[in-house]
Every structure is written in structure tokens, then in C-alpha cells.
Design a protein around this ligand. Structure first.
Ligand code: NAP
Length: 254
């Protein structure tokens, strides 16, 4: 594996869970990291933790569903990259900010549908496009998007949330075909159950979720997914791991 020294990475949704773990992992591998989410104090704690481990990071607070905030994130990352002597390059963008929604098409709350698409699909696609424009000019770069096993197998239990992740994986693969000739890799990582703040924010309860996963045994920690993302972006430039499904060993479905 190549190390990431001298590279600049952006991780959205980095104030908790998979994003916070991924920011720490990319910093451990040598990247200077820009962490993004809405909760500024939580981001500052992630930056302090990375700094304490000898890494380099800054926080940019913003809402990943708002295109203006995405524009500001890219502008501040470019300034950070120039300041760090990286000539305004952005090498890795992990499009991770997202949330779940308990229930299927019939049982989820339709009042949440628009906001879910604005964050999980439209905000994500906007950032992918901005990153893609820069990386095509650079002639290299990694865009890693967080899909889900619910966007890999159709599940009646989280049908509406799953549809956002199907859309995102489809956008990522379409974009990969647009940009791969320019040395840019677009990868979808599809985790299964990862214990984080995700479950509470999605409205998962014992009845609609936790009872069903007991049989899986130990589920994933955010660090388990972070290591996979570190592996993907550390491959030599001619190697692209296009898509990864990461499950707890005992999870049969989805
Ligand atoms: N956990 C799982 O089982 C699982 C499985 C498959 C896929 N995923 C996907 O993995 C990604 C990360 O999930 P996680 O498990 O780490 O969940 P998490 O612990 O709830 O983290 C979600 C992150 O997204 C940020 N976020 C949420 N809404 C945002 C917004 N409007 N603008 C900016 N940031 C926002 C949150 O920060 P703020 O609240 O500070 O903004 C937080 O940092 C999501 O895309 C999720 O769909 C999770």
C-alpha cells in the first residue's frame, strides 16, 4: 500500500461514526485531513484527537445538503492545501455525510423523504461533481461514497432510505465511467450494520431493528469501515477497487 503523506483529504460527516473514524485513519496513513459536519465542537474534538496522534487536520462546519456549504468546503480545503504546501490539490474526498430513516415505503414517515434525498443524494452528488471537476484537472484523485447494503439488496425494512443509497451507488458508477480515463477513481463502500449514532438518528427501535440483528453476533465498528476506506485510497494509481460490501461476518441479509 502507498502511504498518503503529502496528500489532502476531505471527509464529510466526520463529527461521529464512520466519518470520524475515517478521518483518523487517513491522518494515520499520512494525509492532512479536512473534517466537515454541522456540529463544530464535535469536529474540533476530532481535530484535537488527530493532532494528539501526530496528524494534521482542520474543521470546516457546514450542512452537506446545502450546495453553498459544499462550495465553501472546497474553497477552504483548497486554501488549506495551498497553506500545507500541496499546491491546492485535493487528493481524497470521502462523501460520507448521510442519515437513515426507519421503515419501508409504506411505513417510513413521508415528511422525511425530501430532506433525506437532499442530504443523501443531491448534496452528495453536488460534492462529487465539485470534487470531480478538480480531480479531472489534476489528473488524479479518489472520491469514496458511502452507500449501504440497503443500496445493494432491496430490503423491505428500509426501502426508502435504501433507495437513496441505490441512487448514490448508481451516480458513483456513472461518474466513474466519466472520469476514470483522467486518473480519477470513484468508489462505493456499502457497509452493513455499523454501530454509531446512525441508528438513533434513523429512528431504529428494538421492534423495528435491534431485535432483527441479534442473530448477527458482533456487528461492525466505525473503525472497521475506516480501515477499508484507507485500503482503497492507498492503492497504486493503476489499481481501482471499484466497490466494496462490508458486513459483520454473521449478517446473512441484507
Ligand atoms: N451505521 C450504519 O449501519 C451504516 C450502514 C450503511 C451505511 N451507512 C452510511 O454511512 C454514513 C455515515 O453513517 P454513520 O453510521 O457514521 O452515522 P452517524 O454516526 O450518525 O454519522 C453521520 C454523520 O453525518 C453528519 N451529518 C448528518 N447530517 C448532516 C448534514 N445535513 N450536513 C452535514 N453533515 C451531516 C453527522 O454530523 P452532524 O450531525 O454534526 O452534522 C455525522 O458526522 C452515512 O451516509 C450512512 O448512511 C451507515
Amino acid at each position: 500500500m502507498n502511504d498518503l503523506s503529502g496528500k489532502v483529504a476531505v471527509v464529510t460527516g466526520a463529527s461521529s461514526g464512520i466519518g470520524a473514524a475515517t478521518a483518523a485513519e487517513l491522518a494515520r496513513l499520512g494525509a492532512a485531513v479536512v473534517v466537515h459536519a454541522r456540529r463544530k465542537e464535535r469536529l474540533e474534538a476530532v481535530v484535537a484527537k488527530i493532532g494528539g496522534q501526530g496528524g494534521k487536520a482542520i474543521a470546516v462546519a457546514g450542512d452537506a445538503a446545502y450546495v453553498d456549504d459544499n462550495e465553501r468546503l472546497i474553497a477552504q480545503t483548497l486554501a488549506f492545501s495551498r497553506g500545507a504546501g500541496n499546491a491546492g490539490r485535493i487528493d481524497v474526498v470521502v462523501v460520507n455525510a448521510g442519515r437513515g430513516l426507519a421503515g419501508g415505503v409504506m411505513s417510513s414517515d413521508p415528511a422525511e423523504w425530501l430532506a433525506l434525498y437532499e442530504l443523501n443524494v443531491l448534496g452528495a452528488a453536488d460534492l462529487m461533481r465539485r470534487a470531480g471537476e478538480l480531480m479531472v484537472k489534476q489528473g488524479s484523485g479518489d472520491i469514496v461514497v458511502l452507500g449501504s447494503v440497503s443500496g445493494h439488496h432491496i430490503s423491505p425494512f428500509s426501502g426508502f432510505y435504501g433507495s437513496t443509497k441505490w441512487a448514490l451507488a448508481s451516480l458513483a458508477e456513472a461518474m466513474r465511467r466519466e472520469v476514470c480515463a483522467h486518473g480519477v477513481r470513484v468508489t462505493t463502500v456499502k457497509p452493513a450494520v455499523v454501530m454509531s449514532e446512525f441508528q438513533e438518528n434513523a429512528g431504529y427501535t428494538k421492534e423495528n431493528f435491534f431485535k432483527g440483528i441479534e442473530k448477527f453476533g458482533k456487528v461492525l465498528d466505525p473503525d472497521d469501515v475506516a480501515r477499508v476506506i484507507g485500503f482503497i485510497v492507498s492503492q497504486p494509481p493503476h489499481v481501482h477497487v471499484n466497490e466494496v460490501v462490508v458486513r459483520p461476518t454473521g449478517q446473512d441479509y441484507p
